[in-house]
Design a protein. Structure first.
Length: 480
């Protein structure tokens, strides 16, 4: 195996050190602790061995990402899918169901049947769409094909729409993040359907547009600073609305775009970035929710110090959707029937007058959990199961596998900023679906349509006015 000769000498001293530590532990346990001490030392040895294996696998995976595309359909989504359900299924906390809504009840083994079914269906969809290996991408680079003058016209227009809709909303409900009831006040955004749609459509377009211009053009320090300052200002506006998903969506899109526009991510760097974002999301959610409840119940449940709790709080947002999926597989079809597409395509009801509950509220009412806040998401498998059981999961993940693979081929055929943006949006939708749904909002469909219309306007210019831009993106090896 290439690179083995360089890896083994590095691991040899590490292995000798760990072996000596473990032998010392076993000897001390045998002399002082008896059988219980020996058993503890065996567990300690097993833990160190697992850690060494994880480190070794991380080294190999990081080397693999030098020459392969981490965000291709058969890499990022399957890895994140398995990771999410593994972490969400671990029964490491014991809390009575009476105070946790069954959040920490054991995860039955049959749940993994649905998880494996969904993953296999996704892989089959990818396989069907491939039709062989993807075309080579040597010599191709991401290009900025939009006319500069028209691009800045759109940026100014979107900035006005963002500011206007934001001011309209906060004048009526205040700034949610500055309120002690932020967790509840943020739900009132649903009352401002049109204004909310304008705000998120504009802000979620501005951030990717600005970073695309920044990464594909040579700019002065002042120009780069002004663009980053604008992006940060929009991010602050979104965070002030009290929800994390409002910033997670454009952040994830920008992350994938940077991978193709600026420089490929290596696994270790991306891992540290995701970990930092995870901790930031956790701290934000902890501060918001404790301000609402005025207590620290979660810290008491998990039996962790209050100072550490903000950094592990987001674990609940992994466990809760997986636990909700477990619960609805019991409630459906025992207490109610399948919905036959009503939940999966529920966001389309947003086009009709009135307020319409989405799948997370349906699950909350179905399970009878009365708590402050929004609904109960059940991962991407929940709505699919509630609509058609195992068949719904299979069909839904199979179709998504086809969509993601087709979008990847389409992007590779012409690496323009617009196509990278659309592919990044689909990847973000897949990653966000682990918490929520493959089709959580009407914007999931509306924004790509809006970007198509903007692209049609922005590319209509004199041939000499099209900006080729710049890129540090290197050719990628098609996934096998």
């Amino acid at each position: 195996m290439p690179g083995t000769a360089t890896i083994r000498p590095r691991l040899l001293p590490v292995g000798l050190f760990l072996s000596s530590v473990c032998l010392a532990e076993l000897l001390a346990a045998a002399l002082t602790g008896g059988a219980s001490g020996v058993w503890f030392s065996v567990e300690f040895l097993g833990g160190l061995l697992c850690l060494l294996i994880v480190v070794q696998m991380g080294i190999w995976a990081d080397k693999w990402t030098r020459d392969h595309d981490f965000f291709s359909p058969l890499v990022a989504f399957p890895i994140a899918y398995v990771f999410w359900f593994v972490i969400g299924s671990l029964d490491v906390v014991k809390v009575p169901s009476s105070v946790s809504f069954g959040l920490f009840d054991p995860m039955p083994l049959y749940i993994w049947g649905y998880v494996v079914l969904g993953l296999v269906a996704f892989l089959c969809g990818n396989r069907l769409m491939r039709g062989g290996v993807f075309p080579e991408v040597a010599g191709r680079s991401c290009r900025f094909r939009w006319d500069g003058a028209r691009f800045w016209q759109i940026v100014v227009l979107l900035s006005v729409l963002t500011a206007g809709s934001y001011i309209y909303i906060v004048l009526r409900i205040g700034i949610p993040a500055l309120s002690a009831d932020a967790g509840q006040i943020r739900l009132e955004l649903a009352k401002f359907g049109v204004a909310q749609a304008i705000l998120f459509s504009s802000a979620w377009t501005l951030i990717p547009f600005l970073v695309a211009y920044l990464w594909l053009h040579e700019l002065t320090k002042a120009g780069r600073f002004s663009l980053w300052a604008s992006v940060c200002f929009i991010a602050v506006l979104l965070l002030s609305l009290g929800g994390r998903s409002q910033l997670f969506v454009p952040f994830a899109v920008a992350l994938v775009m940077r991978h193709y526009m600026r420089r490929r991510f290596r696994l270790i760097r991306l891992g540290f970035l995701v970990l930092a974002a995870f901790c930031a999301v956790s701290v934000f959610g902890y501060v918001r929710d404790t301000a609402l409840t005025g207590g620290n119940e979660a810290a008491e449940w998990l039996n962790v110090p209050s100072a550490v709790m903000p950094f592990v709080y987001a674990y609940l947002y992994i466990r809760f959707p997986v636990a909700t999926f477990r619960d609805i597989t019991v409630a459906i079809p025992r207490t109610t029937g399948f919905q036959y597409g009503a939940l999966t395509f529920g966001p389309l009801d947003s086009l009709l007058p009135g307020h319409h509950h989405q799948s997370d509220m349906y699950f909350k009412e179905l399970l009878g959990n009365d708590f402050i806040g929004a609904g109960q998401p059940a991962t991407l498998l929940g709505p699919l199961y509630a609509d058609g059981g195992a068949v719904g999961i299979g069909i839904g993940l199979f179709v998504f596998g086809i969509i993601l693979a087709a979008a990847f081929r389409w992007m590779q055929a012409d690496m323009s900023a617009y196509r990278v943006l659309v592919y990044a949006w689909i990847v973000q939708t897949g990653l966000f679906s682990f918490f929520s749904n493959l089709f959580p909002y009407i914007t999931t469909l509306w924004l790509p349509v809006m970007w198509f219309l903007l692209d049609c306007y922005l590319v209509r210019s004199r041939p000499g006015a099209i900006s080729a831009g710049r890129t540090a993106w290197r050719p990628l090896v098609p996934y096998q």
